[in-house]
Design a protein around this ligand. Structure first.
Ligand code: VGL
Ligand code: ZN
Length: 198
């Protein structure tokens, strides 16, 4: 159960947006249903972090055209988030500040990475920004959010999962709910975005 005490972002906090990209939104090549609903709450948190000069990180799936995760290569997914395409872009209505730290992952044909920490400098960048506590939202709950949170907890970050700012692929019904349970068991706290101060 999320606690209902309000939380005010403070020094040591970072906002971590996981793969909020057009291809994961309704109409995209790997659309997550209701994925667009996370944008308004995320925009409010972006504003809250931004006005406190707290760091904002945005991971993105950034695949080459023949990526190993695509069906043509016998992978599990339709082609999605091909580097440089509109599908890989952040949605126009996601109000990312210009100084957002953008972290590209799974950028080579032969490697996939569901975690934002996989094959990236994210950990070093977060440490460099003084981040110890991460507010995490994005897509998809049961893939990249789950794997990013697993790694974050393993690396010693305190994680607050923004429960209304994530959505699941749900290849099997319930995958998203199970992913949230797992993240909570690992030690992530569940928090509704409305609990975060403006
Ligand atoms: C993702 C499936 C394939 C994600 C990325 O961002 O959750 N899911 N690639
Ligand atoms: Zn992918």
């Amino acid at each position: 159960m999320p606690s209902d005490a309000p939380t005010t972002p403070r020094a040591g906090d970072a906002l971590l947006l996981v793969d909020v990209q057009n291809d994961f939104l309704p109409g995209g090549n790997l659309a997550v249903s209701h994925g667009d609903e996370i944008i308004p709450p995320l925009n409010r948190l972006i504003q809250s972090f931004s006005r406190r000069s707290l760091p904002i990180f945005a991971t993105r799936d950034w695949h080459p055209p023949q990526h190993c995760s695509f069906h043509e290569q016998a992978g599990p997914w339709p082609p999605h988030c091909v580097a440089g395409t509109q599908g890989a872009a952040f949605p126009a209505n996601l109000a990312l500040p210009h100084d957002t730290a953008i972290v590209s992952k799974a950028t080579t044909v032969d490697q996939d990475a569901y975690s934002g920490f996989g094959g990236t400098e994210l950990h070093y960048q977060l440490r460099g920004a003084g981040a110890r506590r991460l507010f995490v939202g994005g897509l998809a709950t049961d893939y990249c959010v789950l794997n990013t949170v697993r790694d974050a907890v393993a690396k010693g970050y305190e994680v607050l999962l923004l429960t209304d700012a994530v959505r699941a692929v749900d290849v099997q019904p319930g995958d998203g709910d199970r992913a949230v349970d797992e993240m909570q068991k690992l030690g992530a706290s569940l928090i509704a975005s409305a609990q975060v101060a403006d």
